[in-house]
Design a protein around this ligand. Sequence first.
Ligand code: CIR
Length: 258
Amino acid sequence: MPSKKALVRRPSPRLAEGLVTHIEREKVDVDRAMEQWEAYVEALRKHGWETVEVDPADDCPDSVFVEDTVVMFRNVALIARPGAESRRPETAGVEEAVAGLGCSVNWIWEPGTLDGGDVLKIGDTVYVGRGGRTNAAGVQQLRAAFEPLGARVVAVPVSKVLHLKSAVTALPDGTVIGHIPNMDAPSLFDRFLPVPEESGSHVVLLGGDKLLMAASAPKTAELFADLGYQPVLVDIGEFEKLEGCVTCLSVRLRGLYS
Ligand SMILES: NC(=O)NCCC[C@H](N)C(=O)O
């Protein structure tokens, strides 16, 4: 049976020093962030996900955004090379965790840079954002790693937000959802549904009709409920101050068998 494991990583005590690129810096309450993180992890568990904690990286303020450090395709874990230098030490602990879970491991190498937040998988199609964190060499290396495994890799320009998945994610039926003002090229996606809120662009597929979403997107949650989905809302406000979203706080490992 395919596993329902999800990697998560406890926030660093230095979280408030995390990077901010496209928004104004706001003061982060680390205690509140910790409570929000616990509730996020609990929501995953409640919906059948076994959470695996990567060893904390307390010296790395952004380490809670574990999605950026690794991209999974089938049983292969492609270890990212984050575009922001301050985030590069985050990958060592993640590599150890995925190897321990039996993944095959591959790497993005210099001069490539790639953040996991730039990679959106829909079936065997792998969209990769070329933007502030992922460069052309990173895109090429991703293609070289995943195309032999059957992936169709589609590169997407990203200039208005931090990562591709800050702009778009996808519903269980593969419909891409996004907030149009944040997108460079909506026409690249075969089936696209605009959403009314920026944070409504981010869903984590919990299984079945359940969508994990940020509480800051109530109108989008209503839209999805009206389409027959079941939104599960979590407050991730402290992480949103650092350009984080629901997607970046975990990595679901669906290609492993256990
Ligand atoms: N995948 C994501 O959306 N990651 C969010 C990363 C936020 C972090 N402050 C950063 O700038 O790297």
